[in-house]
Design a protein around this ligand. Structure first.
Ligand SMILES: Nc1nc(=O)c2c([nH]1)NC[C@@H]1CN(c3ccc(C(=O)N[C@@H](CCC(=O)O)C(=O)O)cc3)C=[N+]21
Length: 280
């Protein structure tokens, strides 16, 4: 069966809209700044969806689109400026960043209170501790999609991809939900043997059609978190038609994890606005 992100999205949109109304009654306008450097495809897609969804939810989105040859110094200056602004509650820096920029330094410059991606080392550490206020959006989206169809406790979850954006945080959340977690990556041997043990298979590597039915145990839940563009069309990492026949559930691209990711980002933004407006 197809695990439709748009259905879960409706519930989340209502929940967020209620929280936004409550904030606005207290004269707080929740606001997110998105910094995009260059025009990488997946980042472009995310920025587009963030702007559209921000309008729908009544959350202010300030899109800073910067040239790919920007200096590190200038980028850091922009971030520090956003850190100081009381009217901005969340800051998202689209990754990847160009060569000349030190990604670690950039992420460490974001104020942890505004780090709605949850990538600052303080929040990333707390993620593994189970205490972060900002769980990374894609990982939250993946967990929510899985929980909408199966229970996680005791299941074998295999995550393909070990990025800081998706693979690692997703593995952390699955572990927290008492799954047995295996993380696979480009150096993994006998990938197929491992993925065939998975009750839950999460794929996030950026390779179209990497996973076909030969990698999937019959009845498994397959989550495709890949965002690739082929001939101007958005596709995931899973060969959808091949896997659909054997999986119990599979998320489509587009219309799956991406849709939910954007909403989780706004949920974190609302949370940031609430935390920043607390007086005691
Ligand atoms: N700091 C950072 N955090 C991220 O989470 C992050 C990032 N950088 N860089 C780029 C990737 C990519 N990503 C997407 C999320 C949602 C959609 C999305 O909403 N996609 C829609 C379709 C949009 C369309 O049609 O263009 C869908 O899948 O249905 C796309 C891409 C988050 N990323």
């Amino acid at each position: 069966m197809i695990l439709d992100g748009k259905e879960i999205a409706l519930r989340l949109q209502n929940e967020i809209k209620t929280n936004v109304e409550e904030l606005k009654k207290r004269l707080i306008n929740p606001a997110l700044a998105v910094i995009q450097v260059g025009e990488e495809k997946a980042s472009e897609s995310y920025a587009k969806n963030i702007r559209r969804e921000g309008e729908n939810l009544g959350i202010y989105v300030e899109h800073h689109k910067l040239a790919s040859d920007i200096s590190e110094e200038e980028l850091l200056y922009n971030i520090k400026n956003l850190n100081l602004r009381k009217d901005i509650h969340g800051i998202l820096i689209e990754l990847p960043l160009p060569q000349q920029i030190n990604k670690t330094k950039v992420i460490e410059t974001i104020s942890p209170e505004k780090d709605v991606d949850g990538f600052h080392p303080i929040n990333f550490g707390k993620l593994f501790e189970g205490t972060t206020p900002f769980q990374p959006a894609t990982a939250q989206a993946i967990l929510t999609a899985i929980k909408s169809v199966v229970s996680i406790e005791g299941k074998h979850a295999v995550v393909i991809g070990r990025s800081n954006i998706v693979g690692k945080p997703t593995a952390a959340l699955l572990l927290q939900e008492n799954a047995t977690v295996t993380i696979c990556h480009s150096k993994t041997r006998n990938l197929k043997d491992i993925t065939n043990l998975a009750d839950i298979l999460v794929v996030s590597v950026g390779k179209p059609k990497l996973i076909d039915r030969n990698y999937v145990k019959p009845g498994a839940v397959v989550i495709d978190a890949g965002i690739n563009k082929i001939d101007g069309k958005l596709v995931g990492d899973v060969d959808f038609d091949s896997v659909k026949a054997i999986a119990s559930y599979i998320t489509p691209v587009p219309g799956g994890i991406g849709v939910l990711t954007t909403l989780m980002l706004f949920r974190n933004t609302v949370k940031a606005a609430n935390l920043q407006s607390k007086i005691i």
